[in-house]
Design a protein around this ligand. Structure first.
Ligand code: NAD
Ligand code: UGA
Length: 465
């Protein structure tokens, strides 16, 4: 079967870029991305490509090429489902904030809603593709809903998890390490559906990079990949603390172990802690699933990755307080960066939020500069924690549009995101306008420590002395 029309439910960080690349690479396939969020769809349709709701290097060009040709963004979910042969589900699957599994399990209410919408609207057979990250065996629940609430049409369910990282989404989509497709490998219909999706990716991804497995392996591989990646960051971060006590240098340790081809040199950068919408959520989910099968030791093992990450964010904040003579009350502390990593405007679970919250609890005055994050977003991240009321958050924290203004009169500057531009700032000018002793806390090890020390700064970097 050849796919002619694709619908993607969910126009977020995954649905938008992924579908834009599919449309660009497959001019023979018509792609419709739908979302219930009208504002988001309006932004995807904005003439001015600077206003797209997701910032990703290179995304604007891809959208410019495909939008209006074979790529469309709209809110007509039902209509798009009806006309598509293949429907991707790319909606959010956050951690549950209520009831059974609160704080750990994935909240699948949006997934269930999608399944019900598909079943109700479908008037012909469809291939339904799980693009969202889901607990292993979710396809079973989706099948149950589709088969029991539909109009007698047939569905094939595939799992096709997404491995893109934000900030490099377009590169990752254009040249993925692999594409994973899980399906019903035991029936001809299942194999045919898998082949249809293989053909979509086959437009630009070499066949040997397209892996096919059964559905459950595919679902679990996604959670496993994120758990492994996050575990590397927590492992190196745990050792960064030991480095600070022993005069070993975490960057040298990373380099030394990374040259071992069995370990590899990626994802060994010590930091203020990992953020992003997925690592924490997916590990918590893995922990929950393991516990629900009675596998306590397995659950405890993975939970430790989160505990170290929380510890790393906390100790960064505590270190600032300790270095400022154990009190930051009324002191201005400037943050460079709020996004969870460079080259994205995404702030979900960013370490900056937690470090700010810790300092605000100590009555500090935090000013923040981030090249891509909007002020409202910073406040909404802080409000979400519910640590204090909205008025106090706005009184204690200020967003600045200029990094030099943010740092002016500050006791300390903390680097929370590794934006390239921070390195090239006029650090002499920043120093001249700060209170003394002027301190820099580089949570990303991006600045030239020696240069800053020569200017007169006291500098702290993670995992070095
Ligand atoms: P997101 O919150 O940015 O986007 C999800 C979108 O789905 C929202 O715009 C929401 O309005 C929409 N939506 C929810 N229910 C809907 C419905 N019934 N009908 C229409 N629209 C609906 O989320 P995201 O970051 O794109 O993540 C989506 C999934 O992909 C998650 O499961 C996540 O774990 C996974 N994932 C994310 C990344 C990433 O880098 N962000 C990478 C790989 C996988
Ligand atoms: C991550 C995975 O890398 C993707 O493969 C996956 O698809 C995605 O999660 C997802 O499922 O959402 P992402 O969170 O966008 O992608 O970004 P990463 O590059 O993985 O960084 C995550 C966090 O770890 C960031 O805060 C980053 O600063 C931090 N990190 C990463 C480190 O502190 N050190 C490192 O060496 C690497």
């Amino acid at each position: 079967m050849k796919v002619k029309k694709i619908c993607c439910i969910g126009a977020g960080y995954v649905g938008g870029p992924t579908m834009a690349v599919i449309a660009q690479k497959c001019p023979d396939i018509y792609v419709t991305v739908v979302d219930i969020n009208e504002e988001r769809i309006k932004a995807w349709n904005d003439e001015n490509l600077d206003n797209l709701p997701v910032y990703e290097p290179g995304l604007d060009k891809v959208v410019a090429e495909a939008r209006g040709r074979n790529l469309r963004f709209c809110t007509n979910v039902e209509g798009a489902i009806q006309e598509a042969d293949m429907i991707f589900i790319s909606v959010n699957t956050p951690t549950k904030t209520y009831g059974e599994g609160k704080g750990q399990a994935a909240d699948l209410k949006w997934i269930e809603l999608c399944a019900r919408q598909i079943a109700a609207a479908a008037e012909s057979d469809k291939i339904v593709v799980e693009k969202s990250t889901l607990p292993v065996r979710t396809a079973e629940a989706i099948r149950d809903i589709l088969e029991n609430t539909g109009n007698g049409t047939k569905f094939q369910i595939l799992s096709n998890p997404e491995f893109l990282a934000e900030g490099t989404a377009i590169e990752d989509l254009m040249d993925p390490d692999r594409v994973l497709i899980g399906g019903d490998t035991k029936t001809p219909e299942g194999l045919e559906a898998m082949e249809a999706l293989v053909e979509v990716y086959g437009h630009w991804v070499p066949r040997e990079k397209i892996l096919t497995t059964n559905v459950w392996s595919s679902e679990l591989s996604k959670l496993t990949a994120n758990a492994f990646l996050a575990q590397r960051v927590s492992s190196i971060n745990a050792l960064s603390e030991l480095c600070e006590s022993t005069e070993a240098d975490i960057n040298e340790v990373s380099r030394a172990i990374g040259t071992d081809s069995r370990i590899g040199n990626k994802f060994l950068k010590a930091s203020v802690g990992f953020g992003g919408s997925c690592f924490q959520k997916d590990i918590l989910n893995l922990v929950y699933i393991s516990r629900s099968y009675g596998l306590t030791s397995v659950a405890d093992y993975w939970e430790q990755v989160i505990k170290i990450n929380d510890h790393q964010k906390g100790r960064f904040a505590k270190n600032i307080i300790r270095s400022l003579y154990n009190t930051v009350s009324g002191k201005k502390i400037a943050f460079l960066g709020w996004a969870f990593k460079k080259d994205t405007n995404d702030t979900r679970e960013s370490a900056a939020i937690y470090v700010a919250d810790h300092l605000l609890n100590e009555d500090a005055k935090v000013t923040v500069f981030d090249p891509k994050v909007k002020e409202e977003q910073m406040y909404s991240d802080l409000d979400y924690l519910n640590s204090r009321n909205k008025v106090d958050n706005r009184k204690l924290m200020k967003a600045e549009h200029c990094p030099y203004e943010a740092c002016k009169g500050a006791h300390a500057v903390a680097v929370l995101t590794e934006w390239d531009e921070f390195v090239d700032y006029d650090w002499q000018k920043i120093y001249d306008n700060m209170l003394k002793p002027a301190q820099v806390f580089d949570g990303r090890s991006v600045l030239d420590k020696q240069k800053l020390r020569d200017i007169g700064f006291r500098v702290y970097t993670i995992g070095t002395t």
